[in-house]
Design a protein around this ligand. Structure first.
Ligand SMILES: *Cc1c(COP(=O)(O)O)cnc(C)c1O
Length: 359
């Protein structure tokens, strides 16, 4: 039996996609083999790879002067690849810290460049620092921020456009494809696939072409965007099966009506859960209202000693992986694209019933 899986990542995938993958598992389109068993340079896989890129470009309306890379190493790999490719030793780079992932990105960049923390939300990281107060550098190679903090549940509902023209770099691991975005406002977007795209092992990078060609000496070629772009992300063996599955997810998203339609559903799902939390005196979400994530919704119970009971009873009701991050405690519901509205409705009615029984 399938459950409603609220995991922060690796996370739920659309059931249709899993079924299609199962159907094609042993024999992809008459090739007599699984996608996992194909040469990445063969005709069949090249067709899969090209289709996935074309669908992603269509979904996000990616302008022609951006390269799309299908890489490995996760967002963590990008924490280092970004400064290696976009800054020189001694360059100043601006970072905005709105939580756990922003903090990690900063510490991973420090060996490569002079990190200026342009804004820091400060403990307990439940808000976004006012844009007009950001201390941006005149000469920064880029400004890096985290549009959605997966652990804290803090999301930017705007793109921080900088007057300086400094390229914006965004770790979109847990928000990419959740709604339309204007890619042209960014220099570089990256994200691990395992939250809102597909299986773990694939990392997406979307980079403006004029930012290529400046990797510092010593950058390993598999982390060098220019080298990877030149080889169509196939300088070495790419994560072929994850790339294929991401492609199936892109097609599923198109069948849902694209990002505008999925964004509306995501807004409704989030509003439903926040309103259940806000109208009760038993549940609480600590995040500033204008910074509440559509994807990851942490909440606490009025009596923390009930946490274990909540998790156990939710599991019996088919609602799983609701434990909060170890650093935050309480609960967290991650409601990515593949979580249907019915899953959020089931969670909300479980919460009401739990409150009635235990409050
Ligand atoms: C999950 C996550 C990461 C870490 O991704 P890995 O693929 O495990 O390296 C980084 N940033 C954000 C915003 C995330 O949600």
């Amino acid at each position: 039996m399938r459950v409603y899986n609220f995991s922060p990542g690796p996370a739920v995938l659309p059931q249709e996609v899993l079924e299609q993958a199962r159907q094609e598992m042993l024999d992809w389109h008459g090739t007599g083999m699984s996608v996992m068993e194909m040469s990445h340079r063969g005709k069949a896989f090249i067709a899969i790879a090209d289709q996935a890129e074309a669908d992603l470009r269509e979904l996000l309306s990616i302008p022609k002067n951006y390269k799309v890379l299908f890489l490995q190493g996760g967002a963590f790999g990008q924490f280092a690849a970004v400064p290696m490719n976009l800054s020189q030793p001694g360059s100043v780079v601006d970072y905005v810290n709105t939580g756990a992932w922003g903090k990690k990105a900063i510490s991973e960049a420090k060996p490569y460049a002079k990190v200026n923390v342009a804004a820091d939300a400060g403990e307990p990281y439940t808000s976004i620092p006012l844009l007009s107060n950001w201390q941006v550098s005149d000469n920064a190679a880029y400004l890096h921020y985290t549009p959605n903090e997966t652990i804290g549940g803090v999301e930017f509902h705007f793109v921080p456009e900088l007057k300086s023209g400094t390229p914006l770099v965004a770790d979109m691991s847990s928000t990419i494809l959740s709604r339309p975005i204007d890619v042209a406002k960014f220099g570089l977007i990256y994200g691990g696939a395992q939250k809102n795209i597909g299986p773990a092992g694939l990392t997406l990078v979307i980079v403006r072409e004029d930012l290529l060609g400046h990797a510092r000496p010593g950058t390993p070629s598999f982390m060098d965007y220019t080298a990877m772009a030149k080889e169509g992300s196939m300088l070495n063996t790419p994560p072929t099966f994850a790339w294929y599955l991401a492609g199936l997810v892109f097609q599923w998203l198109k069948r849902q009506g694209g990002l505008k339609a999925i964004g509306e559903i995501n807004r409704r799902k989030a509003e439903l859960l926040y309103s259940a939390i806000d109208t009760s005196s038993f549940y609480k979400n600590p995040v500033a209202h204008d910074a509440r994530s559509w994807m990851n919704i942490p909440f606490t119970l009025a009596r923390a000693e009930l946490d274990k009971t909540f998790i156990a009873e939710a599991k019996d009701a088919g609602l799983v992986t609701l434990e909060g991050h170890r650093s935050v405690g309480g609960m967290r519901a991650s409601i990515y694209n593949a979580m249907p509205l019915a899953g959020v409705e089931a969670l909300v009615s479980f919460m009401k019933e739990f409150e009635r029984k235990h409050a």
